[in-house]
Design a protein. Structure first.
Length: 118
């Protein structure tokens, strides 16, 4: 079992930055592909970014490409999401998730709220 706890959310003005953290416990995340997802009010949860085991391979949703950066520190068992140039449409609950290889996303955090004011 992997327990994931997100932190770092908050209220920020448009154009500002936030850094989300996802601290894992129970198992080392070095064997897991890690990802960030988000869910805005009244909308379905959507993919934001993923990062491979060693941190080399990353993938981003078109809506955040060039503004968000996902990274991981396997020694600290933590994944990060640096969010720059935030827009009001980035307002959502952000979730961290883990999966083994190409399997389903098996583990999820409880989410952290990000609110971007215009």
């Amino acid at each position: 079992q992997v327990q994931l706890v997100e932190s770092g959310g908050g209220l920020v003005q448009a154009g500002g930055s936030l850094r989300l953290s996802c601290a894992a416990s129970g198992r080392t995340i070095s064997s897991y592909v890690m990802g960030w997802f988000r869910q805005a009010p009244g909308k379905e949860r959507e993919f934001v970014a993923t990062i491979g085991l060693s941190g080399v391979g990353t993938n981003y949703a078109d809506s955040v490409k060039g503004r968000f950066t996902i990274s991981r520190d396997n020694a600290e068992n933590t994944v990060y999401l640096q969010m720059n140039s935030l827009k009001p449409e980035d307002t959502a609950v952000y979730y961290c998730a883990a999966r083994l290889g190409l399997g389903r996303w098996s583990y999820w955090g409880q989410g952290t709220q990000v609110t971007v004011s215009s």
